[in-house]
Design a protein around this ligand. Structure first.
Ligand SMILES: CC(C)(COP(=O)(O)OP(=O)(O)OC[C@H]1O[C@@H](n2cnc3c(N)ncnc32)[C@H](O)[C@@H]1OP(=O)(O)O)[C@@H](O)C(=O)NCCC(=O)NCCS
Length: 181
């Protein structure tokens, strides 16, 4: 059992990730448009047991160690359907990640989820600073950082699933986040 809570936004339920989510993640995540700007640690072509392996060997052990917090995203109007994921990580310069299934993109849903988990990071986990990396061509992700009051602090480059791109690192401190709210 996860020892962190289910969170809610206006339209979404953020439910702690569990092994039973593997099949739905496999279906919604394994699409080029979803993975192309993710870090090259994501295997591509995505193996048939990719989601199960990710849950069993990476995400759930990190949750158990108290180093990561992962939620599946579900619409309140259709709670049985997993539509995306959002995560927080105690990792150097990489504290939040997310993806949304293609049919649900562009409806402002990740903006809602982001606001809630960012609040969780600062208020419940008590962290001082949130940093996120992203591929420069990932305009939707960049927009989310801009809209969250984050600052671009560094540009270098890195390997992503779609190739080598400029990598932006965005940051917001707790003080800035409080002012921004
Ligand atoms: C990034 C992602 C999670 C955004 O999810 P979403 O639910 O579609 O996001 P929202 O609808 O809340 O939109 C967020 C902002 O991005 C903008 N946006 C959405 N899709 C866009 C696109 N293809 N190009 C440019 N801007 C886009 C929206 O207009 C919105 O900006 P606004 O508030 O100024 O209108 C989604 O595109 C995704 O899953 N991408 C693949 C995985 C990924 O790249 N994850 C992030 C890794 S850093």
């Amino acid at each position: 059992m996860a020892d962190y809570p289910t969170l809610y936004t206006e339209r979404l339920i953020l439910k702690p990730l569990e092994l039973a989510d593997a099949e739905a993640i496999q279906q919604q995540f394994a699409h080029w448009e979803v993975v192309r700007y993710l870090n090259a640690r994501v295997p591509w072509p995505y193996p048939v047991d990719g989601a199960l392996h990710y849950l069993q060997d990476i995400a759930l052990p990190a949750i158990a160690r108290g180093e990561e917090w992962h939620w599946s995203l579900r619409l309140k109007s259709a709670p049985d359907q997993l539509i995306g994921n959002i995560s927080l990580m105690d990792e150097q310069d990489n504290n939040r990640g997310f993806w949304m299934g293609l049919p649900w993109q562009g409806q402002g849903l990740m903006a809602e989820a982001c606001a809630q988990v960012t609040r969780y990071w600062f208020e419940d986990l008590g962290r001082d600073c949130l940093r996120v990396p992203k591929a420069s061509p990932n305009l939707a992700s960049r927009r989310l950082s801009e809209r969250n009051g984050m600052r671009l602090i560094r540009i270098d480059d890195d390997e992503f699933v779609g190739g080598r791109y400029a990598r932006e690192t965005w940051e917001i401190t707790r003080k800035e986040w409080r002012r921004f709210k």
